[in-house]
Design a binder for this molecule. Sequence first.
Ligand code: GDP
Ligand code: MG
Length: 162
Amino acid sequence: MKPVIALVGRPNVGKSTLFNRLTRTRDALVADFPGLTRDRKYGDGRLGDYPYTVVDTGGIGESEDGIDAPMTSQSLLAAGEADVILFMVDGRAGLTAADEQIASELRKLPKPTYLVVNKTDGVDADAAMAEFYALGLTDVMPIAAAHGRGVRSMIETVMEGF
Ligand code: GDP
Ligand code: MG
C-alpha cells in the first residue's frame, strides 16, 4: 500500500505547486479513492523508488485571499487520514499567526509531521528556516516547489519509514 502524504498549510504557501510537482500534473485530479474522504485533490506519484499518494488539502472552495480559517475541517480530516503530514510554510513570508494555529492543530494528531519551508529559492535557506524552529517540529526541510529544489531529498527523508 502506498503511503498517503497530506500537504497542509495556510493559503499561498505553495501546496498546489508541490502537489503538481509530486504528481507531475498541471491541474490536480479530483479522484475517487475508496476509504478516503472525498472533496479534496488526490494524486499518485513516484520519485525514484518511492511511489506515494499525495493529497492537496487546499480543498475545493478555498478562497485565494486567505479569509478562510487557516485550517479548514477538510484539511484536518485529510491530515487525520494520511500516513504522513507535510506542513508547509512560506520561507519568504516568515512565521505567521496562521502557521502557529495550524501547528497547534497538528500537534493533536499522532502522525509523523515534517515542516517544509518552501520558497527558499534566491534566499539563504538556513536563515529562512531559523524562525520556524519555534513551531517545535524537529524535522525541518527547505524546498523550492516551483523549481524542484530539495523535493527529491525531502521525499527520500519522508519515505524512509515506509
Ligand atoms: P497554495 O495556496 O498553498 O496551494 O499555494 P500555490 O501552490 O497556489 O502557490 C502560491 C504562490 O506561491 C504562487 O504564486 C506560486 O507560484 C508561488 N510559489 C510556489 N512555490 C514557490 C517557490 O518554490 N518559490 C517561489 N518563489 N514561489 C513559489
Ligand atoms: Mg492551492
